[in-house]
Write a protein that binds this ligand. Structure first.
Ligand code: HEC
Length: 119
């Protein structure tokens, strides 16, 4: 085999790697993850105006007193660990640590912060 074809193959393998990386980034789509896993309780808009949202008594993320308490660390931590009722010890929102990768959790946090207009 001539030398050049080795180079061509190496370039192609490199390109495939770049494409694979690009598609992982696209996969961590915060808005889509939110729709699928969170909107049933929190609502598409984060207001929690859904049947499950009312049952679980979620807060309206978009009100100033809630949005002002939401920062990236807190949101990520909540997504990872969920929410446990302090009085009853019952889970109000399950944690998603085992379900999502760090990138997905970050993408979700970005989406939550964009919904509430927090930084
Ligand atoms: C079974 C319903 C349910 C689902 C599904 C759910 N949550 Fe929650 N979530 C709650 C409840 C209940 C609370 C606690 C009350 C509150 O803060 O609104 C909460 C709290 C939060 C908080 C913290 C708010 C604060 O002020 O501390 C964040 C952030 C959050 N959820 C994000 C998410 C994300 C992101 C998803 C999807 C990956 C999700 N939730 C899925 C019910 C749910």
């Amino acid at each position: 085999m001539p030398r050049q074809s080795g180079t061509v193959i190496a370039v192609m393998v490199g390109l495939a790697g770049v494409l694979a990386l690009a598609s992982t980034t696209v996969a961590a789509d915060g808005a889509a993850l939110w729709e699928k896993n969170c909107a049933s309780c929190h609502g598409a808009d984060g207001k929690g105006d859904t049947k499950a949202g009312k049952l679980t008594k979620v807060k309206d993320f978009t009100t100033a007193d809630v949005s002002s308490t939401l920062n990236r660390d807190h949101v990520r931590q909540t997504i990872e660990q969920g929410v446990v009722d302090k009085d009853t010890g019952k889970s109000r929102m399950k944690g998603f640590k085992d379900k999502f990768s760090a990138e997905e959790i970050d993408a979700l946090a970005t989406h939550v912060l964009s919904l509430v207009g927090a930084k």
